[in-house]
Design a protein around this ligand. Structure first.
Ligand code: ADP
Ligand code: MG
Length: 630
């Protein structure tokens, strides 16, 4: 028999390869955006016409290409990103296959304009179906502009398979989201048929999410962070109450590359287990960073699938980290602590609130201080001992006394004046309980009780009131902290041994910027150096072992703050500190503590909402009950 095997001509090979790389207009968008990122662009514009069927254009401010490179970039397996097979295991770029431009040029009309910084004049190349039709010098700015017109013009079957413009545009926007979310420091715009679809300025991650998905998104986000030797996790999950019937916003990025991982998705779902209704989906934006050597992203032509060396560890860490974050933001359902919980994984929320492991040493013991300091911080309560309420609020009381003696007219909510301080307490229940059980709640000591160590319940004239203890305490601390920062300084507790805390340089810069405000709340910095700070005093209502956490949370919140959201730095600071200092859900409070909390709450300017605008209390009318008994 005659020999029948022959080599396919390049343009045919390219067309076949294109079938793998380019399924639809969105695939072109992805490849072009990724090339622009790889080229170090700080600003990327995407212009689309007719869902990409007529035009896809990407304009970037990246490094551009020399004339030779511009011509070579359309050859198959032409890439500047890897040189040898080993490089595959140490990838820091999106592309590496050198196939995208060759594939796109095989099935569309492509025009490339590009210029490097070094060259005076740029290059323009036009290609149709793998054939160069034009190449000439061109006066263009630094960077690259690629226009892809008439996609699949030479493969009618493919063109006919494209879905409606709405569907194809949806796919393009999905790709746009994925790249834009992974690169918040790059500015992006997108227009479709001449209309602006997105305009995303350079920003931080949280702002980027908000800019893409709308301002309402901000309040839904719970930050997630973890750093271990093999993995760092960063990002956000939606609070469980925002879980939706449709899948919605679910994004995994590994080393800044969007990936699909049913396995990791499952880890997230399992962290939400019990917190969301079956059939609803949590939202998440999770950025995982691992050693590039430990992953294989090469198993799928469009590279959205990934294999980890140690999948099990990833799963466990991701699940634990998310549970922890949900718990920290007191979103997890909360149950009692058990005594020997220190030996269990702190993430086992079916038994208790996720909290850091506890040490049975009272590091806050200070022989020179008369009273034991116990703050509103959750850590003090894990020993199951009931602290006396006086010590629980000693910080606040001192704080107020100090300020009152300083001459300002602040509402006195310290214990000694409860009974006489009727004016600042507006509780409907007073009259009824008064007539039945005595004058006021605080005298009877009978009228509150705690539910699930999370809610304080108290009767009202016409029903009852349920107070969320953690949110209530946040409100109290928030108002107090704001006062401290803006009006007067709080007293601080001297530390027996100064605390030495290490931070990154950027974090230290932030601390420098808010140093004064922090000092107003009671922090005393004895030294601030390049990478560490020494603290010799902390606010009275912070336990020493908690101080670092409070600062870390604060730095985190400041970094994730959305500027122009209308909040001042003081507000962010007070909110953040209030949140980390407030007694947690799951903390058992005795009667006096419960009552004191309620009285302090009603001495606040805005007792009914938390600093983050969540309701602090709800009331239920007896008529509501009546209806239930019909
Ligand atoms: P890959 O990205 O896998 O290397 P591509 O076919 O997407 O392959 O691109 C081929 C080469 O063309 C790249 O390696 C890069 O050197 C160059 N290139 C492509 N797009 C750009 C761009 N926007 N700016 C600068 N260089 C680019
Ligand atoms: Mg590429």
């Amino acid at each position: 028999m005659k020999d029948i095997i022959q080599l396919l001509p390049d343009h045919v090979a390219n067309q076949i390869a294109a079938g793998e790389v380019v399924q639809r207009p969105a695939s072109v968008v992805k490849e072009l955006l990724e090339n622009a990122i790889d080229a170090g662009a700080t600003s990327i514009k995407l212009i689309v016409k007719d869902a990409g069927k007529t035009l896809i254009q990407v304009i970037d401010t990246g490094m551009g290409m020399s004339t030779t490179d511009a011509r070579l970039s359309f050859e198959r397996h032409a890439t500047s990103k890897i040189k040898a097979a080993e490089d595959l295991f140490n990838l820091h770029t999106k592309g590496f296959r050198g196939e995208a431009l060759a594939s796109i040029a095989a099935i569309a009309h492509v025009e490339l304009k590009t210029k490097t910084e070094a060259s005076e004049i740029g290059t323009k190349i036009s290609i149709e179906g793998s054939t160069v039709t034009e190449q000439e010098p061109a006066v263009v700015p630094q960077g690259t502009t690629i226009s892809v017109k008439n996609l699949f013009y030479n493969i009618p079957a493919r063109r006919n398979f494209l879905k409606s413009d709405t569907v194809e545009t949806r796919h393009i926007i999905d790709e746009f989201h994925r790249v834009a979310l992974a690169h918040p420091s790059v500015a992006f715009t997108m227009t479709h048929n001449g209309n602006d679809v997105f305009n995303l300025p350079e920003s931080n991650e949280r702002q980027r999410i908000v800019n893409i998905f709308g301002t309402k998104t901000n309040e839904k986000l719970v930050p997630v962070t973890e750093e271990t030797e093999i993995l760092t996790i960063d990002g956000f999950v939606f609070k469980p109450e925002f879980a939706r019937k449709s899948r919605g916003e679910q994004f995994f990025f590994v080393n800044n590359r969007f990936v699909k991982s049913p396995y990791l998705h499952h880890a997230v779902l399992s962290a939400f287990e019990g917190l969301i209704k079956p059939g609803t989906h949590p939202g998440y934006f999770l950025f995982l960073n691992v050693d590039p050597k430990s992953i294989d992203i090469n198993i799928h032509p469009t590279k959205t699938e990934i294999k980890f060396d140690d999948e099990h560890a990833m799963y466990a860490m991701l699940r634990a980290t998310i549970k922890h974050s949900l718990g920290q933001f007191s979103i997890a359902p909360v149950l009692d602590f058990n005594k020997d919980s220190g030996f269990e994984t702190p993430y086992e929320y079916s038994k208790k609130t996720p909290v850091a492991p506890t040490v049975e040493v009272d590091r806050d013991f200070n022989p020179f201080q008369k009273e034991a300091k116990i703050s509103g911080g959750g850590s003090s309560y894990r020993k199951e001992k009931q602290p006396a309420w006086e010590s629980l609020y000693v910080g606040l009381k001192d704080g107020f006394e100090a300020r009152t003696s300083g001459g300002s007219e602040l509402p006195d909510v310290s214990h000694s004046s409860w009974a006489s301080d009727e004016s600042s307490i507006h509780m409907e229940s007073d009259s009824v309980t008064g007539s039945l059980f005595g004058d006021t709640i605080q005298k009877t000591g009978q009228t509150t009780f705690q539910l699930q160590n999370k809610y304080i319940i108290t009767p009202l004239k016409n029903g009852m009131m349920v107070v969320h203890q953690h949110l209530a305490h946040q409100r109290i601390l928030y108002e107090e902290l704001l006062k401290n920062i803006t009006v007067q300084e709080a007293v601080s507790q001297q530390l027996l041994f100064p605390l030495l805390l290490h931070f990154t340089k950027p974090d230290i810069e932030i601390i420098q910027k808010i140093r004064e405000q922090l000092e107003h709340t009671g922090f005393v910095f004895s030294a601030i150096e390049e990478d560490r700070i020494e603290i010799s005093g902390i606010p009275v209502s912070v336990v020493e072992s908690h101080a670092e956490l409070v600062l870390e949370q604060l730095l985190n919140d400041i970094k994730n703050e959305v500027p122009d959201a209308g909040f001042s730095q003081n507000d962010v600071l007070a909110k953040s500190m209030a949140k980390s200092m407030a007694i947690k859900s799951g903390t058992s409070l005795n009667k006096e503590e419960q009552e004191h909390l309620i009285h302090q709450l009603f001495a606040c300017k805005e007792p009914s909402v938390s600093p983050a605008n969540r309701p602090v209390l709800i009331t239920m009318d007896t008529s509501d009950f009546d209806k239930k008994f019909m």
